[in-house]
Design a protein around this ligand. Structure first.
Ligand SMILES: *Cc1c(COP(=O)(O)O)cnc(C)c1O
Length: 411
């Protein structure tokens, strides 16, 4: 504890070459000058009482909104009982969450992580180890797609491959190949005797809300089967009810071998997971992987509460109903502001507005109108509201986006 606030080291909060002073928080983020002190469902509240409608949900994390009573209860109950033991021991909440995920999905087995990035690390290790143990140790290559995002670790940036994420960070983790989004021939050509897996987001999030058509996902599954390689789906952003199914791949009626999950699964508590079939996970025996915090009692208690809410047909039907309502309202918004917006895209409550003005300007105008949105690549404005947003809140959010667009038109 500090008794009085230490003197501010740098008033601008930005790195300044003249004074060579760096802010006390490493300046890797471009933060908005907003700071919230409370959350209630789909609302974020500033200290001065200003209430923002939250269409970002902490980047698809607060799937059940802020301060959901069942999540607060689950976390509080676990916090009063036991915080942490490490994976040296059995963790009942972890077992329950694994059983719930296995029961609800294609998976036979689950490993828990703290983040999506860590899930990416394991997904890559698992695929490589699978072939190593299967007597094909040369199969180490992962084929990934341009515009993808898989986290910021060495494997994550090597998987995404973009110059923006990799430049200056030295030799990249080898064994990744990149194919343009939608380049069918390029994908076929990239597969060879060194290929272990194809890694793809069913709906690109950071890349600008680009859904992979069902036909393509079916085609990828068939291709992987035909060539004897694994299909890894990154559902860190599009999973856990976001698209109106528990996991986005369910729309296409095919299943992966390995799936990365995070964000929504913890509802705001840091939690991620790798789900896999027994076949894909066959190389991951005792001692081959671990995590101090992964599957911690607090995170798993919250994860169980999240699954109990979201993994029901009734909840998912509501997501789809509300998604259709929001989409219809957004189509109206695009039609009303043709100089600001171009089109609506996405699935479920993972929607994007392709912008004609810079998306960051729309985000700013949204803040002025008390609605929070998230920019994505390809000049897209991302809308990822809590899955619990109400119809009235959807209407109010679109009214605020309309005000933001009007302000941009008259600016
Ligand atoms: C956010 C994200 C990640 C990385 O997750 P972190 O929890 O930030 O490490 C990976 N893949 C996708 C698709 C994501 O959206």
């Amino acid at each position: 504890m500090i008794d009085s606030a230490p003197p501010m080291r740098h008033s601008k909060g930005l790195f300044d070459k003249e004074t060579a002073m760096i802010p006390s928080i490493l300046p890797t983020y471009n933060r908005a000058p907003l700071s919230f002190v409370k959350g209630e469902g789909a609302w974020l509240i500033e200290a001065d009482g200003r209430r923002f409608l939250d269409l970002g949900a902490g980047i698809a994390v607060n799937a059940l909104g802020h301060a959901h009573p069942k999540l607060v209860a689950a976390l509080t109950k676990q916090a009063e009982a036991l915080w942490h033991t490490s994976n040296l021991y059995q963790i009942p909440a972890q077992q329950e969450l694994a059983d719930r995920l296995v029961a609800a999905t294609f998976a036979d087995t689950v490993f828990f992580t703290n983040s999506g990035t860590e899930a990416c690390e394991l997904a890559v290790k698992m695929a490589r180890k699978h072939f190593y143990e299967a007597g094909q140790p040369e199969r180490t290559d992962i084929i990934a797609f341009e515009g993808s995002f898989h986290g910021r670790s060495s494997a994550g940036i090597a998987a995404a491959g973009s110059e923006k994420m990799t430049k200056g960070f030295g030799p990249l983790l080898p064994g990744f190949k990149h194919v343009a989004w939608g380049d069918h021939d390029g994908l076929h050509a990239a597969i060879d005797d060194h290929t272990a897996a194809i890694l793809i987001e069913p709906v690109q999030g950071e890349g600008g809300i680009r859904p992979l058509p069902d036909q393509c996902l079916k085609g990828l599954r068939a291709l992987c089967d035909e060539r004897g390689i694994l299909l890894i789906l990154d559902e860190v952003q599009c999973g856990v009810g976001r698209t109106g199914r528990l996991f986005a791949h369910e729309w296409a009626g095919v299943t992966p071998d390995i799936m990365m999950v995070a964000k929504g699964i913890g509802g705001g508590f840091p939690l991620g997971a790798v789900l896999a079939t027994e076949h894909a996970a066959s190389g991951m025996t005792a001692g081959t992987h671990g995590s101090t915090y992964g599957g911690n009692p607090l995170g798993c208690a919250v994860g169980c509460a999240v699954m109990a809410e979201i993994a029901t047909p009734e909840f998912l039907a509501e997501v789809n109903r509300k998604a259709a309502f929001l989409r219809q309202r957004l189509e109206g918004l695009v039609a009303a502001h043709p100089t600001v917006f171009e089109a609506v895209r996405g699935m479920g409550l993972m929607l994007g507005l392709k912008c004609k003005v810079p998306n960051t300007e729309v985000v700013q105008a949204g803040y002025a109108a008390l609605v929070a949105t998230v920019p994505a690549a390809d000049n897209v404005l991302r809308l990822l509201p809590p899955l619990t947003i109400t119809d009235d809140e959807i209407s109010e959010a679109v009214t605020r986006l309309d005000a933001a667009a009007t302000a941009l038109e008259t600016a």
